[in-house]
Design a binder for this molecule. Structure first.
Ligand code: 3Y8
Ligand code: NAP
Length: 265
């Protein structure tokens, strides 16, 4: 009996796991192993990388995977691109559960940039909240953009990390250890307590990381918004219902989808 491989790590992946378990569909939920204690799921869970595209193909063959659903974060581009390549190599149906990007609304002061490196060149003021986790801090570690260095004129950063760091992850930085989803009240208090003048955010979409965007709007703070990386073309749905409907049509039809003969919604 074939199983679904659900590439997870997001709020939406958790909702899809609930739907799959509720429908009695055999599936395995996959985490990268990026944090010490990932949230439990109502499906069997595997943790850790596969070992590149070849490792992912070998895993799918060994585990009798009949379809892949990519519900990873929109910035998990390498995993998503590996899933596209493995599905093509194995002729497996693949669909993504992808939340729409956030769009600015009245009162938002967004500065749109294409990368973290570009974000570092558009910081505003001396106290910057980097709401981007710990893995992309290099861009802020030095050079003019970050205005690193010591002294009263040096820019100061506030980080938010899922796990306590082993060593300071960035010069001139304070940090809080917290796991989302976050709240407007909590993020308003955080930004006020640290006299934040500017926020850097990935355009993650979804609800779990949006509180800081709403808080910035309420405080009329600029948000340096980093656009999503490019991902290879694949069938994509914006809702759990869309993915469940695709599965109900059967994996064979899913393969037709992947061949571009049918479009998801
Ligand atoms: C390991 C698994 C759920 C999923 C919850 C969502 C919401 C809360 C908001 C800020 C932004 C950030 C970060 C964030 C959010 C959700 C979601 C989301 C952003 C967990 C989780 C894993 C990760 C990995 C982690 C990254 C980091 C990014 C923190 C679980 C909690 C900044 C993304 O220390 C590390 O190595 C952390 C790495 C990738 C980005 C980075 O580069 O640091 N997420 N986050 C997944 C795995 O092992 O496969 O424990 O639930 C999941 C969630 N984090 O079911 O409730 O759906 O997006 N995660 C960003 O958006 O910029 C925080 O602070 O305002
Ligand atoms: P990434 O850069 O796209 O992937 C790097 C490598 O990590 C992949 O090649 C793969 O290793 C492994 N990997 C990633 N996601 C995996 C998964 N779900 N299951 C098994 N292996 C996985 O990924 P990332 O941006 O570091 O994200 C890691 C995890 O955190 C993902 O589950 C993602 O959904 C979650 N997350 C990321 C962000 C973010 O901001 N990037 C935000 C929230 C949650 P191999 O090559 O060895 O197979």
């Amino acid at each position: 009996m074939s199983r679904i491989l659900l590439l997870g790590g997001t709020t939406e992946a958790g909702a899809l796991a609930q739907a799959l378990a509720g429908a009695g569909i055999a599936a395995v939920y996959s985490y990268a192993g990026a944090v010490a204690a990932p949230r439990s799921q109502p499906l069997p869970v595997r943790v850790g990388g596969f070992g590149g595209i070849a490792g992912l193909c070998a895993y799918c063959r060994a585990e009798g995977i009949g379809a892949i659903i990519d519900a990873t974060h929109p910035f998990a581009a390498q995993m998503s691109n590996h899933a596209v390549a493995a599905a093509a190599a194995l002729g497996l149906p693949l669909a993504a559960l992808e939340r729409p990007p956030w769009q600015p609304v009245a009162g938002d002061r967004w500065i749109g940039v294409a990368s973290m490196a570009e974000a570092a060149q558009h910081l505003v003021g001396r106290r910057v909240f980097l709401g981007i986790g710990r893995n992309e801090l290099a861009a802020f570690g030095g050079g003019d953009g970050a205005q690193a260095g010591s002294g009263p004129r040096a820019r100061r950063f506030l980080l938010r990390l899922v796990d306590p760091p082993q060593s300071p992850p960035l010069a001139n930085a304070d940090w809080v250890v917290a796991r989302g989803p976050f709240t407007l009240a909590g993020d308003l208090a955080l930004l006020r307590a640290h006299d934040i003048t500017c926020i850097v955010s990935k355009n993650a979409g979804g609800s779990g990381a949006y509180a800081k965007i709403e808080a910035a709007r309420a405080l009329s703070l600029p948000v340096v918004m980093v656009a999503r990386p490019q991902i290879a073309p694949r069938l994509s749905f914006a809702t759990v219902a869309g993915v469940m409907g695709w599965l109900a049509q059967g994996a064979a039809l899913g393969a037709a989808h992947n061949a571009g003969q049918l479009r998801g919604v």
